[in-house]
Design a protein around this ligand. Structure first.
Ligand code: FAD
Ligand code: NAP
Length: 536
């Protein structure tokens, strides 16, 4: 049953900021629970990441038949994915289909950005201001603003003098960008860069890649979906969501075979070949200890390095592309479709900016210490101000004028990743302290919305208007969270999931104990009547 049409209400029960996977479902769910909801979205359309990151080659890296909404059987059956790993246009089409099906847009103010949100203690409401001059005073504020939505902007000297065109993968234009026959430079070789480079290599007359860190990338083994798997998943739909919530990362993957040391070299090799052929992130769990034991990790890392050595013909490019800077799986493992093979094309070349740093951008291209490259187009695939970027941009503050980032100066502190002490009635979806980007983000967002929805319904039933985590529950969650990351090699490697403090201490930002264990903690909390939260 649709909820009230409340997009123009100025004092709704809930404001949801962001209309990506999380925001769309928050509107559907909270309306169904009978709350008045206003959604605010900076973009002109729903989709979030899948609206903004429409760069060439953009594609998911989790299997689409489980990287989708699982809250409604009719919806699940209404969509048939055309690829094992869907490309961005299909994901965006799917999200707009969901918005149509559940009439989501009527609750959203599009092309509107939240520029500040402050807690008003006397009124027990948030004061939310937008760039269109609108002011809202919701009882509850849900930040569905995403962990990877605030781009890291290029700050190279001389960029403003460049006479060609430049683009960011994370803010790709929605008009046709013609790269055919152009001289293109790409800076950044994370997931976005790898996908862009592979696609652009097929159309540009000349492609120059400026690589700082060589990353681990493996073939996705993308293909048409397996029909028998589709039938199996549809049949088990009633348990599908709960089954996936019992997995470590929200997907179906072959379990680890055992510790690496349990197998001889031949057997290890066979197991890794099987995972290589299977594709997906399964190469991250060939062995149960590969993310905690350096030797075990090296076995798999060397296997992948050999594959890269085999794939790249030119010795100089090969030497730069073989990942040597970090253990495998400590940054997101990239899934590609012919990435390394692109470097065998005559029109593709690589500049290793660790050896030959970028000096500046000129009127005609990019100048490094040793060379200069003339370009028509520069593409920046440089990542995001992860986790806190979008919250900072929205200027969130509590009644003391403190922002979450200020409070989290030595690493985020939350209770279950959904709330932070000192910020009443403010919720995060897939925030720091939850499995977040370590797990399927459809599942993570839906699980969080259901958790928050249950909490709000509980408050309504008891006549409560104020909620924040108890300091002691937040402290104990921080300890639990730290313990789950303690043994992980990835905590010791610099990347956007680790906060390194001045004293050298390292805080792993997401909860690393697995989605299944996280869900068990949340379930205990809800079943016990939310003892970790303080209400008024
Ligand atoms: P987002 O999709 O980031 O949505 C946030 C929305 O909030 C945006 O639309 C933004 O415009 C809006 N917003 C932000 N601030 C404001 C403001 N102040 N006012 C108004 N609106 C605001 N995860 C996976 O599990 N599998 C994948 O395959 C995968 N692929 C990815 C590919 C890319 C290119 C990126 C960047 C991320 C990927 N991720 C993936 C992680 C990704 O973050 C999730 O898949 C997911 O789409 C996030 O959804 P979300 O709703 O949490 O946030
Ligand atoms: P990223 O992983 O942070 O990669 C950013 C890249 O830019 C890195 O190669 C980085 O080099 C480089 N870079 C940054 N600043 C630079 C500078 N000043 N000079 C030269 N190089 C610079 O960002 P991303 O590729 O956008 O991916 C972010 C996350 O989004 C991923 O981890 C993944 O979770 C998600 N994602 C998923 C997919 C998918 O397959 N579905 C696609 C895209 C993104 P260094 O490594 O040296 O810092």
């Amino acid at each position: 049953m649709p909820g009230p049409d409340n997009c123009r209400t100025t004092e709704p029960d809930v404001v949801v900021v962001g209309a990506g996977i999380g925001g769309i479902y928050a509107i559907i769910r909270l309306r169904k629970l009978g709350f008045s909801v206003v959604g605010i979205e900076a973009a002109p359309e729903v989709g979030g990441v899948w609206y903004h990151n429409n760069y060439p080659g953009s594609r998911v890296d989790l299997e689409s038949d489980t990287f989708c909404y699982l809250f409604d059987e009719g919806l699940y059956r209404s969509w048939t994915w055309t690829d094992r790993y869907a490309a961005q246009p299909e994901v965006l089409a799917y999200l707009t289909h969901v918005a149509d099906r559940f009439d989501v847009r009527r609750s959203i103010r599009f092309e509107t950005r939240v520029v500040s949100a402050r807690w008003l203690p006397e009124e027990r409401r948030h004061l939310v201001e937008t760039d269109s001059g609108g002011v809202l005073k919701p009882r509850f504020l849900i930040m569905a603003t995403g962990q990877l939505s605030r781009p890291r902007d290029p700050e190279f000297p001389g960029l403003s003098s460049f006479q060609g065109d430049w683009y960011q993968t994370s803010r790709w234009p929605h008009h046709e960008v013609d790269l055919a026959g152009k001289r293109v430079g790409v800076i950044g070789t994370g997931s976005s860069g790898v996908q862009t480079i592979t696609a652009v290599s097929k159309i540009a007359s000349q492609l120059t890649v400026f690589q700082r860190t060589p990353h681990f990338s493996i073939p996705a083994q993308n293909r048409a979906p397996d029909e028998s798997r589709r039938q199996r998943l549809r049949k088990r739909f009633p348990q599908l969501m709960s089954d996936l919530l019992q997995s470590a990362a929200g997907g179906f993957m072959p379990p680890p075979a055992g510790r690496a040391a349990d197998f001889g070299i031949e057997e290890q090799h066979q197991l890794m070949e099987q995972r290589w052929a299977f594709g997906s992130q399964s190469l991250l769990q060939v062995f149960s200890d590969q993310l905690t034991d350096w030797e075990s990790n090296t076995v798999v890392a060397e296997f992948v390095r050999d594959k890269i050595r085999d794939a790249v013909h030119d010795p100089k490019s090969r030497a730069s592309l073989v990942p040597d800077a970090y253990p495998m799986g400590t940054k997101r493992l990239i899934l590609d479709t012919g990435y390394y093979e692109a470097y065998n094309q005559d029109n593709v070349s690589l500049i290793d900016v660790r050896k030959d740093p970028i000096r500046r951008i000129t009127r005609t291209g990019i100048e490094t210490r040793d060379t200069s490259v003339d370009l028509d187009v520069i593409i920046f695939a440089m990542g995001f101000e992860a986790f806190t970027g979008a919250l900072d941009e929205a200027n969130l503050s509590n009644d003391a004028g403190v922002s979450p980032s200020q409070l989290w100066e030595r690493g985020p502190q939350t209770y279950l990743g959904v709330q932070s002490h000192g910020f009443p009635n403010l919720f995060f979806l897939t925030g720091p302290g939850s499995p977040s980007v370590l797990a399927n983000m459809f599942l993570g967002n839906v699980y969080h919305v259901d958790l928050v929805g249950g909490l709000l319904a509980h408050m309504r039933a008891k006549g409560l208007t104020y909620v924040e985590p108890r300091p002691e529950s937040q402290e104990s969650w921080t300890v639990i969270q730290a313990a789950t990351a303690e043994k992980l090699i990835r905590r010791q490697v610099d990347n956007y999931m680790v906060k390194v403090n001045d004293d050298g201490s390292r805080v792993y930002i997401p909860y690393a104990g697995g989605l299944n264990r996280y869900v068990a903690h949340c379930q205990d909390e809800a079943d016990a009547g939310y003892p970790g939260f303080a209400f008024a």
